[in-house]
Write a protein that binds this ligand. Structure first.
Ligand code: AMP
Length: 556
């Protein structure tokens, strides 16, 4: 890993072409993550690469950007120049979306191929011409056998999450696929762990690879001992809501909330301000004057939350900071350590909170192992916890007011009301007003789903594609799936509307429908996995509350 002393390296120094730099800047990526810094230059030079990195480290861009750099509009034929193999359908969709996004200004043609999707659509997409195929091994083999995927134009192959692919029994398929590609190809293998089966494949198929893995970082003795470290596993769609709720319960004196990108910083700041917090954004896209203004407000405590990227917050020292929040799991353990080192200084206590998406859980364990410190996984506060906390705050406020005195001028009101009402009733009404005036209007009635990992159910054989999904908290025990419906409270959706629509349109028994969450703009409904596709198809054509909402599987 590049030592800190070499100074920051930007995407420009990595040698990427302007079309890619432009997109990265628009996405708000301020600097490459360690894995990107290490991988991109050798990959651009055509080297093979063996990388040990988990999800969340930015490894998709680490291999995708060099693949995209190769694309030249002029010579494009119909056959792919690159093939990315991934273990699951989910990942195929995610990676292909990411590659498409990074390759936007190059007009990259990216096609995901995976089981479960009608093969006809994939055939059409392949026939139209493709630059980068992102495939699960099983479906790639199907296409190779049918003669619909020729790999003789392939210049680079990426095996992403190789350990997962082996665990899922794809070893043989991978061998067959690699044999179908030219032996002159560049080969890249990423794996979170390096069991001997994976190293053996790397040895057979990679030529003199560059080896990269996130180097272990040890905390200096006594570093950050007073920081309590907590994490919450939350699906992406609920992160902002979960953060709000956690902040309500924690009541930080001042907190820095770290985000990965400028865009995320801006969006989250807006969301938090919309929810009544005093939040300020700080990122590399701001000029010095704007930053100084923000820091003055933070130091004078008119701002309680500073939402920032790592780059912008480098070197900041805020005295009264009580909390550090990682809105995402940092892409490298060192960055986690640096971030949390901002609290718990000078013997004060501090709290570090990390929000992780289900797929990032492994990254969190990695940080725990490397820092040799425990991060306790907590449950997101429930609606009841929140109410209890707000009540407690109201109680404390009243208590202070009683102790503070200066109440005599209200006595006349109490006495006049006491003729008509019981004193307790008068007190109750006054408390209600105080409680509500404190902003504690209890509108947030939706539970946030707990996506913390469950203990595994059995060790028997599992369907191939099921494994990862289970790890992601996607398919809880009993094989259910959550369906996203793009209509929520804002158009007056109630649970019975959803149950009615699903029962009538898809013929699914109401009792088979599980938990229903209704958020402001969308709803999530749990249905049996085997009926999910049918329910989605059936609902797509219907109107709910006069709207034709988007219906799809929930994304993480
Ligand atoms: P991955 O490990 O590829 O799944 O990436 C994890 C997340 O980090 C994705 O949401 C990316 O959009 C984001 N990401 C990747 N590279 C960067 C970067 N250099 N700066 C900020 N965010 C990034």
């Amino acid at each position: 890993m590049t030592p800190e002393t070499e100074g920051p390296v930007g995407f420009t120094e990595l040698g990427l072409r302007p079309e890619l730099l432009r997109v990265l800047s628009e996405l708000g990526y301020e600097e490459p993550t360690p894995i990107q810094r290490e991988s991109i230059p050798p990959l651009l030079n055509g080297r093979d690469l063996l990388g040990q990195a988990a999800t969340g480290t930015g490894k998709t861009a680490a291999f995708a950007l060099p693949l995209l750099q190769r694309l030249t509009r002029a010579e494009r034929g119909t056959g792919p120049t690159a093939l990315v193999l991934v273990p699951t359908r989910e990942l195929a969709m995610q990676v292909s979306e990411a590659v498409h996004k990074y390759g936007r200004d190059l007009g990259a043609r990216v096609v995901p191929i995976y089981g479960g999707q009608p093969i006809g659509r994939q055939l059409q997409a392949l026939a139209r011409g493709v630059d980068i195929v992102v495939a699960t091994p099983g479906r790639a083999i199907d296409h190779i056998r049918r003669g619909t995927l020729a790999l003789d134009t392939v210049e680079a192959v990426v095996l992403d999450e190789a350990d997962e692919m082996f665990d899922m029994g794809f070893a043989e398929d991978i061998e067959l696929i690699l044999e179908a590609t030219p032996s002159t190809r560049q080969t890249v293998l990423f794996s979170a762990t390096m069991p001997s089966r994976v190293s053996a494949v790397a040895k057979r198929h990679l030529r003199d690879p560059i080896r990269i893995h996130i180097k272990a970082m040890h905390l200096a003795a006594g570093e950050s001992p007073l920081v309590q470290q907590r994490a919450y596993i939350v699906p992406r769609a609920y992160k902002a809501a979960a953060l709000g709720r956690i902040l309500d319960v924690e009541s930080p004196t001042a907190a820095i909330v770290f985000c990965r990108t400028r865009t995320e910083v801006d969006q989250l700041t807006e969301t938090l301000n919309g929810r009544g917090y005093r939040a300020e954004a700080l990122h590399g896209g701001m000029n010095q004057e704007q930053r100084d203004r923000v820091m003055t407000r933070v130091r004078s405590t008119t701002t309680e939350l500073l939402v920032a990227t790592d780059v912008a917050a480098r070197g900041l020292d805020i005295d009264h900071l009580s909390h550090v929040v990682n809105y995402d799991v940092p892409s490298a353990p060192d960055s986690y350590v640096h971030r949390i080192g901002r609290v718990g200084r000078a013997g004060r206590e501090g709290v570090a909170i990390t929000l992780a998406e289900p797929r990032e859980h492994r990254l969190l364990q990695n940080i725990e192992r490397i820092t040799n410190q425990r991060i306790s996984i907590e449950k997101v506060p429930t609606v009841a916890d929140l109410h209890a906390r707000r009540m407690e705050l109201t109680r404390a406020t009243l208590r202070e007011s009683i102790i503070g005195g200066d109440l005599e001028r209200y006595r006349a009101i109490v006495e006049s009301l006491s003729d008509e009402f019981d004193l307790v009733q008068v007190a109750l009404a006054a408390i209600k007003l105080a409680h509500e005036a404190d902003g504690a209007v209890e509108e947030d009635q939706n539970e946030i789903p707990d996506a913390a990992p469950r203990p595994s159910r059995d060790d028997g054989p599992r369907p191939r594609a099921g494994r990862r999904e289970e790890r992601q908290g996607r398919a809880p025990a009993g094989g259910t799936t959550r369906i996203y419906i793009g209509a929520g409270r804002s158009v007056g959706i109630r649970p019975q509307d959803l149950v009615g629509a699903i029962a009538n349109e898809a013929g699914v028994n109401g009792r088979q429908i599980g938990a229903i969450e209704i958020a402001e703009r969308f709803s999530l409904v749990e249905v049996p996995e085997e009926s999910a596709d049918h329910v989605i198809r059936s609902l797509k054509g219907t109107t709910i509350k006069g709207k034709k909402p988007t219906v799809r599987r929930e994304r993480f």
